[in-house]
Design a protein around this ligand. Structure first.
Ligand code: 13P
Ligand code: SF4
Length: 301
């Protein structure tokens, strides 16, 4: 039996649905029931009626699915697949900011640990951050953990005061403005599509800035035929599927997230067979982390 047939068989036995982020390998995206950006996947996890959610992504994604769906069994193909940025905020700094600004909202990118979420007022993803920050009554925003996404949101919401944190994604910050300018010289007709985890210098060169889904939708609707892609290269799978006649170029050599790439078909099959890699959490922490995620779903819809 092939690994794909085994996965299909085990999915039925376990009453499982497979969710995958656009950054996992092509063959894993191909067998998933739902593939999308972080916001889409958090909604899909909640809408799913299956008893088991197999999350092909990094740990904050599985954690968020568990926080929102305590009655479901959430499993991960690889428990070591973790996003370094999810840990890049400091509880002491959050407390210090709360003391300093009475009217403070701690806005937490979903790429964060469950513990960080418990200290936050609302979660955001790259596709809903603008809408949510604009909807908040607070004037002062402490944006954690990603500095670049925070700076991008701040540039679009100049009426609010932002405090930034120094977290970053090594995959996106490895893309330099120099890389982008060289790619544009080589492909002058190409549109530059940028994820907001990239640096401000790269964002300034963009024809479009948005989440992975936003980038895919923009390229699909655009009349241009060539695109310079400034995000993790896993998005190429969906970009090419939806746009077989268009050309996509990467700008750097390090646009691969090693954690997302830990997910393989074999690990998907093993996780469904053993049901061992379950996401577990203390109920007290889950309830506290649920509040900012639910607020995101409410304000972001
Ligand atoms: P989105 O798919 O929400 O744009 O997230 C990007 C990302 O870095 C996920 O780890
Ligand atoms: Fe984290 Fe960056 Fe990998 Fe996304 S691409 S999981 S932000 S390290």
């Amino acid at each position: 039996m092939s690994t794909i047939d085994k996965i299909e068989e085990l999915k039925k036995q376990r009453d499982a649905v497979i969710l995958a982020h656009y950054y996992v390998d092509d063959e894993v995206q191909a067998i998933a029931d739902y593939v999308g950006d972080s916001f889409y996947l958090s909604k899909a996890a909640t809408a799913a009626t299956a008893k088991t959610i197999l999350f092909c992504g990094v740990s904050f994604m599985g954690e968020s699915a568990k926080i929102l769906n305590p009655g479901k069994t959430v499993i991960m193909p690889d428990m070591q697949a973790d996003c370094p940025m999810a840990h890049m905020a400091d509880l002491e700094k959050i407390e210090k900011m709360r003391r300093e600004y009475e009217d403070l909202a701690v806005v937490c990118y979903i790429n964060s640990t469950a513990e960080l979420k418990t200290y936050s007022d609302v979660c955001v993803t790259s596709s809903n951050a603008l809408k949510i920050v604009q909807a908040l009554p607070n004037q002062h925003i402490f944006f954690i953990p990603d500095e670049n996404l925070g700076r991008y949101v701040a540039s679009q919401v100049p009426e609010k005061h932002f405090i930034f944190n120094d977290g970053f994604c090594h995959v996106h910050t490895s893309i330099s403005a120099e890389n982008v300018k060289k790619a544009k010289e080589a492909h002058p007709g190409a549109e530059i599509l940028v994820h907001p985890e990239c640096t401000t210098e790269v964002v300034k060169l963009a024809d479009y800035v948005g989440s992975t889904s936003g980038i895919i939708d923009f390229a699909t609707e655009s009349r241009a035929e060539e695109f310079i892609i400034c995000t993790e290269m896993g998005v190429l799978y969906e970009l090419k599927q939806k746009n077989p006649g268009k050309r996509f170029y990467s700008v750097g050599h390090r646009q691969f997230c090693p954690n997302m790439k830990r997910i393989t078909l074999e690990k998907v099959a093993d996780a469904l067979e053993s049901m061992a890699n379950t996401v577990e959490m203390e109920e007290e922490m889950r309830l506290l982390a649920k509040k900012p995620l639910e607020r995101m779903l409410e304000l972001g819809s």
